[in-house]
Ligand binder design. Sequence first.
Ligand code: NDP
Length: 330
Amino acid sequence: MTETFTALMIEDADGKPRAGFKTISLADLPDHDVLVEVAYSSLNYKDGLAVTGKSRIARKLPMVAGADLAGTVVESRSPDWRAGDKVVVNGWGMSETEWGGYSRFQRVKPQWLTRLPDAFSLEQAMAIGTAGYTSALCVNALEDWGMIKPDAGEVLVTGAAGGVGSVAVALLANRGYNVVASTGRPETHDYLSSLGAKGFIDRNTLTEKGGPLQKERWAGAVDTVGSTTLVNVLGQTVYGGAVAACGLAGGFDLPGTVMPHILRAVTLIGVDSVMAPHAKRDRAWATLAESLDPDALSRITQVEPLERVPELAAEILAGRIQGRVVVRIA
Ligand code: NDP
């Protein structure tokens, strides 16, 4: 087995987090029960925040970054996993309080592992990654809520050309919804149409503060932006509609009113991927296996080496990444 290997690690530099490549060995890894050889990780918005140090995502230093990993079990002290098993880990505190996927090897807790679904390769699982699996959590949340059906009307996706947004557009379109994409990048319209978007709005129409109750348009929405955008989306949601909110790309504040909720019975559904229980995760992966067309997934994805992550971390925060980035580790 390789003696030493490279990891992208966040360390303390004069009281500030700083990311850099380090050579480490198996002896440096945490003492968790399952050793995984990581084939791929991915780049999520949160990884951008962690690697640039723009937000204090890593709450313990030093920290191997990377909220996702997909790979093969090498050794296991747990009866649930054996050498050779293909596995995926999304979240569970990786890159925050637990060492993550930007490393050739990682030791993880057995309860964090999800078996690689038959429908996907390791690379495809990371093309989906935390962002894509969160899109599926959002779609399931809207459908579970019970009032949104494909014929209900237009469903909005904000931050549509990003990772969560792209997968949400593809999933909703494949399930028969009339998807409208909100994006600040008109040059992505052809790409979003190829994923199934039927209409577009300019994201700037949502970033200016509007009235608490606006013209009703959206039967439902997946919001990755937060802040004024989410408030406007709520104000434009039809009577009895729902919005699944998972993101803060535009800000973490929520400067709105209760009016859409108390006068139009609009529901705001919060979606978290990091500590989501296994039952929700398994359903999300089942939704992805059922409704994510592999051709659409390959249009969404670019594969990049680990060495490019620091540069790409800045790009994702600047809103310049289209779709998803798979990070090749092995
Ligand atoms: P991306 O950067 O890939 O996508 C975010 C998109 O939001 C951008 O592509 C852009 O879309 C839009 N955007 C960026 N900045 C702004 C802005 N200032 N105002 C309005 N729109 C903006 O990130 P991800 O898809 O990886 O993540 C999206 C969000 O979801 C993040 O906030 C992330 O933290 C959150 N998230 C939350 C999870 C959870 O568990 N709750 C899990 C995964 C992600 P466009 O160019 O089309 O306008």
